[in-house]
Design a protein around this ligand. Structure first.
Ligand code: FMN
Length: 196
């Protein structure tokens, strides 16, 4: 399996500002290591986390003023019995509020040809983040949007919310899961990549 870069755009997203003091071991770019009890600067943490590869998804939910959505890479599967997933949502985002309000969220796993949708729901493309009018989508059984042509889709009922720094960990009970076609869009080293 080969990984190909699809975007030359430098992507900066790694969970934004948080605690500046960390109690872990961390190898720094120059080979220095921050040891237990040392301080880890925000940028150093971001640089290290940028080395992790992650699938890119769009989380969707509803407010009383319509559907919202955001691009996320913090989505993971956590339990099979019962099926549960989690996503870390920055507390200041509108979509986080929509998830709390609608007590549900959907997940659309983007494919390599859907980079522009990732940009759109990260607020980087011309339209406002969360705009659904020109994004082909359908509604799940729970009435929330799912983006057409994705690698997979999940419909989730919000089960738990845990505070974690400036993000909330939103745990969802999976009520429906569907496989799609296409290869997933990958974020690694601040760029989009695809598998081949
Ligand atoms: C590749 C990428 C991954 C992202 N992952 C997350 C994430 O996991 N959680 C999060 O809260 N924001 C994440 N963001 C940032 C949100 O997409 C961005 O803040 C969005 O504009 C919020 O929109 P809203 O305020 O309309 O909900 C990510 C952005 C990018 C480009």
């Amino acid at each position: 399996m080969e990984v190909l870069q699809t975007s030359a755009l430098p992507l900066g997203y790694v969970a934004p500002p948080f605690v500046t003091r960390f109690y872990l071991r961390c190898r720094q770019p120059q080979g220095r290591t921050t040891t237990l009890g040392g301080e880890l600067e925000e940028q150093e943490f971001r640089d290290v986390m940028a080395r992790l590869a992650a699938s890119v998804v769009v989380i969707s939910a509803r407010t009383d003023r319509g559907f919202r959505g955001l691009t996320a890479t913090s989505f993971v599967s956590i339990s099979t019995e019962p099926p549960m997933v989690l996503v870390g949502l920055e507390r200041m985002t509108i979509t986080r509020n929509a998830v709390i309000e609608s007590k549900a969220f959907n997940v659309s796993v983007l494919t390599r040809s859907q980079e522009f949708i990732a940009e759109r729901f990260a607020g980087r493309a011309p339209a406002v983040a969360g705009a659904w009018s020109d994004v082909p989508h359908h509604l799940g059984a729970n009435g929330l949007p799912l983006i057409d042509g994705c690698a997979a889709w999940l419909e989730c009922k919000l089960a738990q919310v845990h505070q974690a720094g400036d993000h909330d960990i939103c745990v969802g009970g999976v009520e429906a899961a569907t496989k799609g076609d296409g290869e997933p869009l990958i974020l690694w080293d601040r760029s989009f990549w695809s598998l081949r």
